[in-house]
Design a binder for this molecule. Structure first.
Ligand code: G
Ligand code: MN
Length: 392
């Protein structure tokens, strides 16, 4: 059912404190939202069966079912409905769970009326955006306008491949800001492909992810025949892990294994089942080291990080951005760093852009950092081999 009339969005509010429930409800009604209120988590699970909502705002600690249960129930039904969690007693575990399950916001009580309205407005906007995007994609038959059919897609992809190149960004030691390693990042000069994620998406649609992975590994290996002991980090697509050529001891990359850290992203669902663990173990046996990339951005959750036993964990930019001004992010990152350290895993703060973010991540114990603040990813200069010169 589509929303009738001028409502600014349908909000389900779940809160067991009845006075608070009334306050939230009044504030949101006043701001023009349709509000459904419920005072227990169990009832909320029920309501989700029947109604459709644009946003769910829920308390965390309630009898019947917790806010995290509500969040989980929402995600089982609809990937797009934003969920805002509100709590009086923040715990790191709940925040981690909330993040893993894709909660939009985690608000601390007392929540001021303007904050409440702002968070719900933001959630409704995101909801609309997600819906419009989904509908547009359906309308276009799941493809972008610029590459309507498979032939068009093939053409774009082969131009992207012909114009593929790698850029390198340093990962620095927090302690003295010397370069610890470089991450090799995919780029293409083909203008129809927006960036590396879109490049991979085109490859996915064409079933060419493994080919692309081989090309990337070949390109990097050729540039890095003389690493002079400098390490580099290289991103793997989850599909690359299923490509036998990755495990070939005669491949150019395998020869460099002791200098290579393979990044496995948390952004897409990593199947951390026994097969994946076995594959990662084989890679380690070949001398590669392993990093979990984009930690905090994915749905895969922190279980992957326990079961894959990486050497490095890279905190997603989403966790690092504005960390100096965000108590919850500080708590999260602090606890991730502590758990990692217990397991002998070094933490890399990604996407550091400001002195504030650098200092906060450093104080929380991240041993390594990467981001525009230190240096943007750059191409090797003509004739230059890896590692890039530092004076540029
Ligand atoms: O998923 P992964 O972490 O591998 O992606 C890294 C991407 O992030 C690269 O494309 C790189 O250009 C980009 N990047 C690197 N440093 C920064 C930064 O400080 N800020 C932002 N916004 N992006 C960054
Ligand atoms: Mn990466």
């Amino acid at each position: 059912m589509l929303s009738p009339g001028p409502s600014r969005g349908r909000v389900l509010v779940v809160e067991d404190d009845l006075d608070l429930l009334e306050v939230y409800s009044d504030v949101l009604l006043e701001a023009g939202f349709d509000v459904t209120t419920l005072s227990d988590g169990g009832g909320a699970l029920h309501a989700l069966e029947g109604g459709t909502f644009d946003v769910v705002l829920t308390d965390v600690l309630m009898p019947g079912a917790t806010g995290v249960d509500v969040l989980r129930a929402v995600r089982e039904r609809d990937l797009d409905v934003p969920v805002v969690l509100v709590t009086g007693s923040p715990s790191v575990e709940t925040a981690v769970q909330a993040l893993e399950l894709g909660a939009l916001r985690y608000l601390l009580k007392p929540v001021s009326a303007p904050d409440l309205v702002r968070s719900v407005e933001e959630a409704v906007r995101l909801r609309r955006l997600a819906t419009v995007k989904r509908e547009a994609l359906r309308f276009l038959g799941q493809t972008d306008g610029l590459m309507g059919d498979r032939a068009g897609l093939e053409a774009v992809y082969s131009r992207a491949l012909a114009n593929l190149h790698m850029v390198y960004q340093p990962i620095v030691r927090t302690r003295d800001r010397t370069v610890f390693a470089w991450e090799a990042l995919l780029r293409t000069r083909e203008p129809a492909v927006g960036g590396p994620l879109q490049f991979l998406e085109v490859a996915e649609r064409l079933g060419r992810v493994r080919d692309l992975g081989r090309i990337i590994r070949g390109t990097v290996s050729r540039a890095a025949t003389h690493t002079r002991g400098t390490m580099f980090f290289l991103n793997l697509h989850p599909d690359d892990l299923l490509d036998e050529s990755l495990y070939d001891p005669r491949s150019p990359l395998s020869h460099l294994a002791p200098e290579v850290v393979l990044e496995i992203t948390e952004r897409s669902r990593i199947d951390s089942g026994p097969d994946m663990r076995e594959r990662v173990r084989r890679l380690r046996g070949m001398g590669f080291r392993i990093a979990i990339d984009d930690l905090g951005a994915g749905y895969a959750g922190l279980t992957a990080f326990a079961s894959l036993q990486p050497d490095f964990v890279k905190l997603d930019r989403g966790l690092v951005a504005g960390i100096d001004r965000d108590l919850m992010k500080k708590k999260l990152v602090g606890s991730i760093v502590a758990v990692s350290r217990d397991m002998g895993i070094a933490t890399v703060a990604e996407g550091v852009e400001t002195t504030g973010e650098r200092d906060a991540a450093g104080e929380l114990g991240c041993e390594l950092m990467q981001g525009f603040f230190f240096r943007r990813p750059e191409e090797l200069r003509a004739g230059e081999t890896f590692p890039p010169a530092l004076d540029a």
